[in-house]
Design a protein around this ligand. Structure first.
Ligand code: MG
Length: 251
């Protein structure tokens, strides 16, 4: 099932997308998915970030092929960090290139949206807490990441977290092709089969640190091939079984 969040005539709604038509839901999908009898074509609405994140938690190095590329050791436990939820933007919204930043990078990532409150979750039960999966671009001011010695500023400028276009609820996250295309040229091309830490491991690990709330986003790291974007570039994150998240970089 594809779950969308959208705005139409200034009203925010949730829906289920089938063949280009949205079936509007009665309420947010976190408690229960209840369909109404109302429908609207996808092309009439503006898509919103399909979440209601109190936080966005990301994993640093999580692809074996990316670790090899960087000549780094395989980490023994996940390195996690936060992005401000105010950095979130939807499919087709613009990534703003901040003044003074010298290198702005894309990072294609598989993200998941949390369905219900999660604390100290064993790996075996992790699937019960996932509403579904979406594409995420972990936009990073690489020069500031190096300069600051920690990542908050480099990762959390407004618009630095494109996510969408929707949530796919039925998906096996362990073998998905993942790509980043910059102006139609493929720059990242890998598979989640290269994960160092699986999705259940990541959820279990993070939930032992902080309580995850419905609508929170967890992002699972990026494969090799990260690189820089310039003003005017179009960046697309594509994941098998989900779709394409497209954003343009602008001033
Ligand atoms: Mg990342």
């Amino acid at each position: 099932m594809r779950i969308v969040k959208f705005s139409y005539k200034k009203k925010e709604e949730w829906g289920v997308l089938e063949d280009g038509i949205i079936n509007i839901l009665k309420q947010s999908p976190f408690s229960k998915i209840i369909r109404t009898k109302k429908h609207i074509p996808l092309k009439k609405v503006s898509l919103l970030v399909p979440a209601q994140a109190s936080k966005v938690v990301l994993v640093g190095l999580n692809y074996r092929d990316h670790a090899r590329e960087l000549n780094m050791k395989i980490p023994r436990e996940p390195i996690i960090f936060l992005k401000s939820p105010t950095a979130l933007i939807a499919h087709k919204q613009r990534i703003i290139y901040p003044e003074g930043v010298k290198r702005l990078d894309y990072e294609a990532e598989l993200a998941l949206v949390i369905k219900k409150k999660a604390k100290n979750i064993p790996q075996k039960k992790a699937h019960e807490y996932i509403l579904g999966y979406t594409c995420l671009n972990d936009v990073t001011a690489r020069d500031l990441q190096k300069k600051d010695g920690q990542w908050t500023r480099a990762k959390s400028f407004d618009t630095f977290c494109p996510a969408g276009p929707w949530i796919e609820t039925v998906l096996n996250p362990s073998k998905l092709g993942i790509k980043a295309c910059l102006n139609s040229k493929t720059k990242q091309d890998s598979s989640t089969s290269n994960f160092i830490f699986s999705v259940p491991y990541i959820i279990s690990f993070i939930s032992r640190v902080m309580t995850l709330l419905p609508g929170d986003i967890i992002s699972t790291g990026t494969p090799p091939g990260i690189g820089k974007m310039q003003i005017g570039d179009n960046i697309t994150i594509e994941i098998d079984g989900i779709g394409r998240l497209q954003n343009k970089v602008s001033l």
